[in-house]
Design a protein. Structure first.
Length: 199
């Protein structure tokens, strides 16, 4: 589905009117609690196992980030080749979370929810699945990174117990050879690293 203003791939949904938006046309705004829309949606979450699910994740990654490879925590990952959980409505994949282990943590490499299904609790449920997986693997924390412009993601992760612990200036700009325009016109340059210690 395209952005309301330019028909580029939409990756966000307006919290007031529900319009689909690309990063260029997303604006940061303060919104009171009465305008936050919470939707009830029946969905299932399962481990990614089929080639159809893997293909859906590839499409998500190209739509949200324009490439299948992600650079995070000084490592390059082909997102669709990683272990992942997918969220589905009936048989349609509507969201995913991919992850990779380190010696003492699981790294969330990518998390994507189709815009029309955002604000339904899907992202929270996917993060919980990764936290549960980390505990099963006897990891002590979960790590994730976000770009400096992605204030929605930074707010989302911090409200779920993650804390910023490191900033790597210019990592993203160097990867792309320049600082690109991001959310609300902010230059995309830096990688912010967050962690959540597990009990």
């Amino acid at each position: 589905m395209g952005c309301k203003h330019c028909e580029k791939d939409a990756v966000y949904r307006c919290s007031i009117c529900g319009s689909m938006l690309c990063a260029k046309h997303t604006r940061l705004a303060t919104v009171c609690a009465s305008h936050l829309k919470k939707s009830e949606l029946e969905f299932t979450v399962c481990r990614m196992v089929s080639e159809d699910e893997r293909s859906a994740v590839r499409k998500f990654v190209r739509r949200f980030w324009g490439e299948e490879e992600q650079l995070t925590f000084d490592r390059k990952f082909v997102v669709a080749e990683l272990p992942a959980y997918v969220a589905k409505v009936q048989d349609e994949v509507i969201a995913f979370i991919s992850f990779s282990p380190t010696s003492d943590a699981l790294i969330i490499v990518a998390l994507g929810v189709l815009p029309r299904f955002q604000c339904c609790g899907i992202g929270s449920r996917l993060i919980k699945k990764v936290e549960d997986e980390a505990r099963r693997q006897r990891k002590v924390k979960v790590l994730v990174s976000a770009s400096n412009d992605d204030l929605p993601a930074l707010g989302f992760y911090q409200s779920r117990g993650f804390q910023i612990y490191e900033v790597n200036p210019n990592v993203i700009a160097e990867k792309h050879g320049r600082a690109m325009g991001g959310i609300d016109g902010l230059p995309v340059r830096d990688e912010l690293r967050l962690q959540k210690t597990l009990n």
